[in-house]
Design a protein around this ligand. Sequence first.
Ligand SMILES: Cc1cc2nc3c(=O)[nH]c(=O)nc-3n(C[C@H](O)[C@H](O)[C@H](O)COP(=O)(O)O)c2cc1C
Length: 276
Amino acid sequence: MSYREAIERRFGDGGPSGQGVADNDFIHRVISRKTVRRYSDAVPADELLDLLVAAALSSSAKSDFQQASILRIEDPDRRAAIGKLFPSMPWIGLSPVLFVFLGDARRLQRVGELRDKPVRNGTLEGFFNASVDAALAMQTMILCAEWLGLGVCPISVIRNEIDKVAAILELPDLVFPVAGLCLGYPHGEGYVSLRLPRRLTTHRDHYDDGALAEAIDDYDRRRNAVHAIPREQQRSNAEFGEAEFYGWSEDKARQAAKAEGAAFPPYLRSHGFSFD
Ligand SMILES: Cc1cc2nc3c(=O)[nH]c(=O)nc-3n(C[C@H](O)[C@H](O)[C@H](O)COP(=O)(O)O)c2cc1C
């Protein structure tokens, strides 16, 4: 498949197509990547997982503070306890491997204590830096794992049960999950998910979303043609009614209207973060 075909499958927006740029297998793999939620029974070797962890922790890190930590849940009891919290996402309990990517603002705090310096890392800056470091580490693992033929699914829903998850994983103050990552060998094909048109998500020299309404309508129609959301998967029909046309924007607006993660701010505030 050429860049043009791969990019068109990803965006369908008739935009830039990488014309004239030398073919590169890695870029092709990234453009055609997809989240995988069903896995074969094969368990990736420990050596392979160690390699992926090394790659993930080679990500760039804000100020070299190195505030990502990676936790692998191996203990079957803890694994089962986490899986049980999210019955609507069985892949969390069933994937051959489950990592948790942690924002770790504690380590720098402890380094300050070791060196007798007044480090206060429970600030918004500390939280944000640790979150970004963990997200970059996770994305590095995702791309490396996919490059090796593995499939992955990030899992941020674990933050919806933050108190229970933190207790199971014995997380101390100033350490919080950014997301889990299910990992294994893919079972089945999956599909490449159509992204928003790049005229909406890229800007040159200044920000301009003046064409948003029209671009979203167009995206809804094109996405619906490739992968329509079945009627029985419409969200919150009791509240919002059954939609005749149910596109991506209707689905995401309904999803976002139901606030998620209410337990996260109080958890963080009671575990070392002041956000000053
Ligand atoms: C930070 C983050 C958190 C996510 N959390 C979940 C999750 O809790 N459960 C899940 O099934 N998928 C989760 N996903 C996967 C997204 O739903 C998926 O990336 C998105 O639908 C786009 O599909 P694609 O990656 O195949 O293009 C998450 C992805 C990211 C980046």
